[in-house]
Design a binder for this molecule. Structure first.
Ligand code: NAP
Length: 254
């Protein structure tokens, strides 16, 4: 009988893993999305959408669906669902693995200013002059909305997939979805006279072009560090996750 698997999705890596599991008769996998994106890219697996209702809700879902393994393939900054997955899997005894990606690392020519969170990123820019390019998604713009209120002279360029609720006043908004190219990013940054880039250290290739463009233009990047990892095994390749799932299917544990 095929093993029931839950994939916590919402990333390109999760979509690729879903593609690998879709045609594999060993597994009967379901993907889960938070429902944040209005028109998410379709997944090649049965997909449920919306929160589970905290740790208890997720644990109940795992029991009811008879899930035998969970893969947390969410974004490295989606810390709450990852913590919930750890707790729910511990409570139910369901093995958990993480499909992640290495953090980006600064190389020669990079001028990165690491910070711990968005409040610290905004604080670093309190006296900044020139256009601030916010490429941090739409959910954590509040500290920059506060900065814009205190500094009405500071121009902001904001790029998100869906429209944000709290856009810094006077900001220019671009709605777009990666992957991006270095040429495209160079063009965008030049057109808007960007003078600093604010980014999460998401890792991966889909949005890395902004970092190469910043390097070419000699621009600093305020880089928000990742939240601390959990304790589940981390794989960076979908194929390794499939091997892990096969081990769980054969032995009942990881
Ligand atoms: P989060 O803060 O870690 O989670 C907030 C709540 O959203 C969770 O407690 C859970 O609700 C629900 N949730 C999150 N991911 C879910 C999933 N895959 N399936 C079902 N429920 C989920 O998450 P977030 O940062 O808002 O991210 C939401 C989604 O967007 C994730 O799937 C993530 O992969 C994706 N994403 C996030 C970022 C980012 O920078 N944070 C970037 C790109 C994509 P309940 O407690 O009710 O279960």
């Amino acid at each position: 009988m095929a093993m029931r698997v839950l994939i916590l999705a919402g990333t390109a890596q999760a979509t690729a893993l879903a593609g690998a599991l879709a045609g594999d008769p060993r597994f009967q996998a379901t993907a889960s999305l938070a429902g944040r994106t209005a028109r998410p890219a379709p997944l090649p697996l049965p997909t449920r959408i919306g929160g589970f209702g905290g740790v208890a809700g997720l644990a109940a879902w795992l029991r009811e669906a008879g899930v035998a393994a969970v893969v947390d393939a969410t974004h490295p900054f989606a810390a709450r669902i990852s913590a919930h997955a750890e707790q729910a899997c511990r409570a139910t005894g369901v093995p958990l693995a993480v499909l992640g990606r290495p953090a980006w690392e600064a190389g020669p020519g990079d001028d990165w200013r690491p910070v711990d969170d968005m409040e610290a990123a905004a604080a670093r820019l309190a006296d900044w002059r020139g256009c601030v390019f916010l490429t941090i998604g739409r959910q954590e713009l509040a500290p920059f909305a506060a900065l814009a209120a205190a500094r009405p002279d500071l121009p902001f360029l904001v790029r998100t997939v869906d429209p944000p609720e709290a856009l810094p006043s006077g900001a220019t908004l671009i709605l777009d979805r990666g992957p991006y190219t270095v040429d495209g990013e160079l063009d965008l940054m030049r057109r808007h006279a960007v003078s600093v880039v604010v980014s999460k250290n998401s890792g991966g290739t889909a949005t890395a072009a902004k970092l190469a463009a910043a390097r070419v233009l000699g621009l600093p990047v305020v880089m928000v560090r990742r939240p601390p990892p959990g304790t589940a095994p981390v794989f960076t390749e979908g194929a390794a996750v499939v091997d892990w799932l096969a081990r769980v299917a054969a032995t009942g544990h990881d």
